[in-house]
Design a protein around this ligand. Structure first.
Ligand SMILES: [Mn+2]
Length: 299
């Protein structure tokens, strides 16, 4: 789908290009026009729930999440292994790994399993509900690997946020992140499952050095059919809070300070999401990049 960014209204967004058109290496990177034209020749997908009919709400809730997702294949990769879901109260970004086409399958399985939680009533125990869905996804990935040797090693990261009353549950496995922008301050509310984060925690490495470490991409766990321990937390929300979920295709190449400024500078979520993608492309976009920009608003 060359041309302008595509806006869809479906519930499940598959960000990958048509699989029959999978290309090798960066052969087509040069056809992307200069940033700022607003036109991309590679798949670029935006999804919005900004229509009045799609206000996100659930019974007894005083606040809602309104969100936009955007994803781009980047300038180097031949396919997009990220997957994204934006539901009534659930947001998910997954970054598949395992090569073509296994990585796409893994992130797709995960997002599909988590999406089931979105249509169920709020139990008030969102972390448990999300973990149960992750276990289902993990089992399905294990089965998919058993079905085909070519899928050996496939897996996916996940970062997910779910509104429950006036709190959100944030949960992650791997290095996809969730940030909160509140009162102009940016806070990373997930903790990467990476080798360099472990070194930072041990005081061996400074966060700044971690960014430049040659092994910064090494994740210490993922959802890939084996055991994993998701890290979850509950965050009370306020009207005006803005959340960002992203794959490492953004956070590895765009400084937190730039992310913070971008989140502050563009009130319009769709513009903000597109600007985050634009900053990534300016940084060379070696990886697939996916973002969800979500605002806490009055119902
Ligand atoms: Mn990635």
């Amino acid at each position: 789908m060359p041309g302008s960014p595509v806006i869809t209204a479906g519930t499940h967004l598959r960000v990958a290009p048509a699989r029959s058109q999978a290309r090798r290496s960066s052969s087509n990177a040069s056809v992307r026009p200069t940033i700022g034209t607003g036109i991309t020749t590679q798949p670029y997908v935006l999804r919005t729930t900004d229509t009045a009919a799609a206000l996100w709400q659930s019974c007894d809730m005083s606040v809602v999440l309104r969100a936009v997702a955007a994803s781009d294949q980047g300038l180097v990769r031949s396919n997009n292994e990220d997957a994204v879901f934006v539901g009534d109260r659930l947001l998910v970004v997954a970054d598949g790994m395992g090569g073509l086409p296994a990585g796409e399958l893994a992130s797709d399985i995960l997002v599909t399993a988590l999406a089931d939680v979105d249509v169920k009533p709020d139990t008030g125990e969102p972390l448990q509900d999300l973990i149960a869905a992750l276990e289902t996804a993990n089992k399905r990935i294990e089965e998919a690997v058993a079905d085909d040797d070519a899928r050996d090693g496939m897996g996916t990261t996940v970062t997910t946020l779910m509104l429950s009353g006036d709190r959100v549950a944030a949960l992650n496995v791997g290095d996809s992140r969730c940030y909160l922008s509140r009162d102009g301050e940016l806070t990373q509310i997930t903790r990467d499952d990476t080798y360099v984060q472990a070194l930072v925690d041990q005081g061996v490495l400074s966060p700044d050095d971690a960014r430049r470490h040659p092994q910064r991409a090494l994740v210490t766990q993922a959802v890939q059919g084996g055991p994993f321990r998701p890290a979850g937390r509950m965050v009370p929300v306020r009207v005006g809070d803005r959340f960002l979920l992203c794959s490492d295709g953004l956070s590895d190449y765009v400084e937190d300070e730039v992310i913070a400024t971008t989140l502050r500078s563009y009130a319009d979520r769709q513009v903000c999401a597109a600007e985050l993608i634009a900053r990534t492309l300016e940084a060379g976009a070696p990886d697939n990049v996916t973002v969800i920009v979500a605002d806490v608003e009055e119902q």
